[in-house]
Design a protein around this ligand. Sequence first.
Ligand SMILES: Nc1ncnc2c1ncn2[C@@H]1O[C@H](COP(=O)(O)OP(=O)(O)OP(=O)(O)O)[C@@H](O)[C@H]1O
Length: 298
Amino acid sequence: MTSTLTISRLTKTFGGVRALSDVSLRVNPGERVALLGHNGAGKSTLMKVILGLIAPDSGDISVCGGAPGKAQARDRVAYLPENAAFHSALTGLEQVTYYMRLRRENPAGAMDLLARVGLADAAKRRIGTYSKGMRQRVGLAQALIGHPSLLVLDEPTSGLDPVSRRDFYELLDTLAAEGAAILLSSHALTEVEARTDRLLILSGGKLVAEGSMPDLRRDADLPVAININAVNGYASDIMAALPNAIRHNGALHLTCAQDEKLDTLARISKLQGKVADIDVVPPSLEDIYSHFSRRDGQ
Ligand SMILES: Nc1ncnc2c1ncn2[C@@H]1O[C@H](COP(=O)(O)OP(=O)(O)OP(=O)(O)O)[C@@H](O)[C@H]1O
């Protein structure tokens, strides 16, 4: 399959700051890919390079088969900035109509685009009266002009309520099912885990991890926590059988490597009658993300 976006060994330096260092990645048609990373990790710089707004120092990049910023790429790429600004006196319909004209598209399709993002009823209201979620939808309608093959979305759901977020991702699902490639940056781990196909983690300008959440969980290989509630009077017996266990707030806790989990559970099950209950707590998304996005000194 030909990738919609192919980046190979991309490097970008600002003065002495290495914003991107040897970054390689692909995004295929129909794929929803999340770009994660701490503040200053290089996400916006990567998006600006993809859009052709800034030139890399070195590396190769192909956007929809063309060079970033050139006509072939620009015709097929859409960008939604985190805080898209609109003229508050224009209606949603006027805004989208105006941008359709700029892109030499037939403006008769403006209402259909607004309907697609759930703004048909508010299309003739001034944007100044719209909520943040509604303004974000205008931005998305604008981004959808001309059926883009690649959508680059900078924190598209920040500030949206849960229902607006769900609607937003449902629309992205439809676009991906139609073949669009989607690259979105986000700090909302739970939502991107559920709603994207693949995660890319940038840290200090380097791509430090890539894959689905199960892939990252396996690669991180973080310890599993096990909490044990002892039957009254048996905590010491359990601690003697499980030397790694520590007592905290009346419960017993231990951690073990992923590949020791079944052995550890087998040892606990032999303590039947002494154990009232156990909880097995896998590493959280935040643990896995912090593991990969750790910076020096943090
Ligand atoms: N025009 C510029 N001049 C100098 N340094 C810059 C410039 N643009 C970005 N940088 C630096 O490059 C690094 C990456 O910045 P970038 O904005 O790409 O990070 P980010 O991951 O988008 O961060 P955030 O989540 O805060 O938006 C940072 O150290 C930033 O200060």
